[in-house]
Design a protein around this ligand. Structure first.
Ligand code: FES
Length: 131
């Protein structure tokens, strides 16, 4: 049923991966959801592999609903070890798909995760270009 949460969503909601804060983060992103007022914070630690910048570690904190928790948890698993270029291309729809779909009314919640990640990557880039 399309208005129910998939098992994967429930799993990531009940046992979210990579929750918390990275104290010495390379970049921090924050996004609010205008629809509901919820907030998401994303921390990334950037490292180098074969001369490319990759996401070595990622954590999130949210005052969001279950769908926001599940999509953030999922996106952190999807991008760990990926290059920044690959990570910033991941769309909300891809995250929702990896979770086996989200009820349509909850699709806006998935925006928080991808947008906060993009914000963290931008924050990292602005820091290194000002260094
Ligand atoms: Fe606010 Fe889902 S209702 S993020």
């Amino acid at each position: 049923m399309a208005d129910m949460y998939s098992e994967k969503v429930m799993d990531h909601f009940m046992n979210p991966r990579n929750v918390g804060e990275i104290k010495d983060a390379s970049g921090v992103g924050e996004k609010g959801n205008p629809t509901c007022g919820d907030i998401m914070k994303m921390y990334i630690k950037v490292g180098k592999k074969n001369g490319k910048e990759i996401i070595e570690d990622i954590k999130f904190q949210t005052f969001g609903c279950g769908a926001a928790v599940a999509t953030s948890s999922m996106i952190t698993e999807m991008v760990k070890g990926k290059t920044l270029k690959e990570a910033e291309k991941i769309s909300n729809a891809q995250v929702a798909e990896a979770l086996g779909g989200l009820p349509p009314i909850k699709m806006h919640c998935s925006n928080l995760a991808a947008n906060a990640l993009q914000d963290a990557i931008e924050n990292y880039r602005s820091k290194i270009s000002n260094a």
